[in-house]
Design a protein around this ligand. Structure first.
Ligand code: PEP
Ligand code: MN
Length: 361
């Protein structure tokens, strides 16, 4: 699968320029809402319309989707606008109904991707159909689980594949509804360079004001497209109200996106880039050397603690290091979250070194 260049064929066959935008409401609510949104999106040049028909809710009691009746509304929207229709499917019955209603694109939601049994059931139900299937990342930041889902679909003969990056849930509340953890989709892309990749800034941010910025970040990382929740009256939406935008706002977002070249063949650009990359390489080597020196000091502290029979973890010391580094980091324009992750990793490595000394030397 890694080297299968045909993975992008369905995308190329759509003849859309990057980014390919999939837009539509979080949920289909009424026939009028579906048709109205579809008309406005068609006018904005959108080619793929999304709507949730069955909604996975974290807790019961929320709006759980209109169900199969909504598929009829999508059929009407398709007949009227010619847009491709996309829905979320989470079991074999959803797929049966979606296929009966001529749905073109099926996506697998984040709460479904986490379950290999369900993904396999979906893969079996879709085997050898020619539908476009998009796999959202699992809610937890587990790349192997995401890849496992892809392999199940690929092995079932589904070749019109793609992934949607919608961020990862965290216990700590951050500025995002779901942390992007960009490193994961980047790694996925390195492993499957021909696999189309979409970003869903709506579910990453949870807030419509942040959608422009995250969409731009995705384009800067060479994503093929975006999935953006769009509703004629976002504040009145039955689900995910805070993150939906009007079709007019979507058009503005699209308009403001800056599409940068993936490469630039000019001599001046290449030589300047090479020069800067050499500087980065030198700094990276120095970073490793510095880290190694820091660990040698940690080893010495480990020996001292061993001799004096003191525990490895000194909570107050760690707290004060972190506070000091966050202050210094801030002064150097380094993100608070970055400093926290960096020093957690460094601290963990120091603990590992000291554990080894105390228990083995
Ligand atoms: C959705 O797209 O409306 C949805 C439920 O998304 P996710 O699976 O990413 O939470
Ligand atoms: Mn939603």
């Amino acid at each position: 699968m890694e080297n299968d260049t045909t993975l992008r064929r369905w995308l190329d066959d759509l003849h859309q320029h990057r980014p390919l935008i999939i837009a539509g409401p979080c949920s289909a609510e009424t026939e009028e809402q579906v048709l109205e949104t579809a008309r406005q999106l068609k006018a904005a040049g959108i080619k793929i319309f999304r709507a949730g028909i069955w909604k996975p809710r974290t807790r019961p009691g929320g709006f759980e989707g209109v169900g199969a009746i909504g598929l009829k509304w999508l059929q009407k929207a398709k007949a009227e606008t010619g847009m491709l229709m996309a829905v979320e499917v989470a079991n074999a019955n959803h797929i049966k109904l979606a296929l009966e209603h001529d749905i073109d694109v099926l996506w697998i939601g984040a709460r479904t991707t986490v379950n290999p049994f369900v993904v396999q059931e979906i893969a079996d139900a879709l085997a050898n159909t020619d539908k476009i299937v998009l796999l959202k990342n699992p809610v937890n930041p587990d790349l192997a689980l995401w890849i496992g889902g892809l392999e199940r679909l690929y092995n079932a003969g589904i070749k019109k594949l793609g992934v949607i990056h919608r961020g990862f849930s965290t216990y700590e509340k951050t500025k995002y509804r779901n942390e992007p953890e960009w490193q994961l989709p980047i790694e996925l892309h390195q492993r499957f360079p021909h696999l189309p990749i979409f970003c869903d800034p709506s579910h990453i941010t949870g807030r419509r004001e942040l959608i422009q910025q995250v969409s731009q970040q995705a384009l800067d990382l060479n994503y093929d497209g975006l999935m953006i929740e769009t509703h004629p009256e976002p504040d009145a939406a039955w689900s995910d109200a805070a993150q939906q935008v009007t079709p007019a706002r979507l058009a503005e977002i699209m308009d403001k996106l800056v599409l940068r070249e993936q490469t630039n063949e000019t001599e001046a650009f290449n030589s300047e880039l090479e020069k800067l990359r050499r500087q980065i390489d030198v700094q990276d080597t120095q970073l490793i050397e510095l880290l190694a020196k820091r660990m040698q000091i940690a080893d010495e502290i480990g020996r001292l603690k061993k001799d004096c029979n003191v525990t490895v973890l000194q909570t107050n010391r760690w707290k004060s290091i972190l506070e000091k580094m966050q202050r210094e980091g801030q002064a150097q324009n380094l993100g608070e979250d970055f400093i926290l992750k960096l020093f957690r990793a460094i601290h963990q490595e120091s603990i590992n070194h000291q554990e080894q000394i105390i228990n083995k030397e």
